[in-house]
Design a protein around this ligand. Structure first.
Ligand code: ZN
Length: 142
């Protein structure tokens, strides 16, 4: 965990994506892959979406780039300057995006605060699977 070190955040902590699982059992499996601690990649578009939300929470811009489809990926993501504090995720529904699919859609609401003011992002995100790995392509903000 070379990410947010301020608070005592461990594999046993509640996963930021609010799945009800611990970080180590949920998104941690995917985010920590770069540190060679994890061997798994998300099997579904929803798992990838959740892990990308968690990456935003933890400020893991490298994970966000790694899971962004090359055709849509920004040059870089700078989360260090971000004043957005992510406080919650709710998956509204999903369409395809299961282990046997090659594409999928996840409709979610993410809540955040900027300078103490609460706001929310509602988006329909599109995902595709290439060579067995899910990638985020684009999202439609609702
Ligand atoms: Zn999670």
């Amino acid at each position: 965990m070379a990410k947010k070190s301020a608070q005592a955040f461990t594999d046993q902590s509640d996963c930021p994506c609010q799945s009800g699982l611990s970080y180590g059992q949920c998104c941690g499996r995917f985010l920590e892959a770069a540190d060679n601690k994890a061997t798994s990649v998300p099997q579904t578009a929803e798992q990838l979406m959740r892990s990308r939300y968690t990456a935003y929470v933890l400020g893991d811009s490298q994970y966000l780039l790694n899971t962004w489809h090359p055709q849509y990926r920004p040059q870089k993501i700078d989360l260090a300057d971000s004043t957005q504090q992510w406080i919650g995720l709710k998956i509204k529904d999903t369409h395809k995006g299961l282990a046997q699919d090659d594409s999928g859609e996840v409709h979610f609401i993410a809540r955040y605060k900027v300078n103490g003011k609460a706001s929310r992002l509602e988006e329909r995100s599109q995902f595709v699977k290439m060579a067995g790995q899910w990638f985020y392509t684009t999202g439609q903000i609702l």
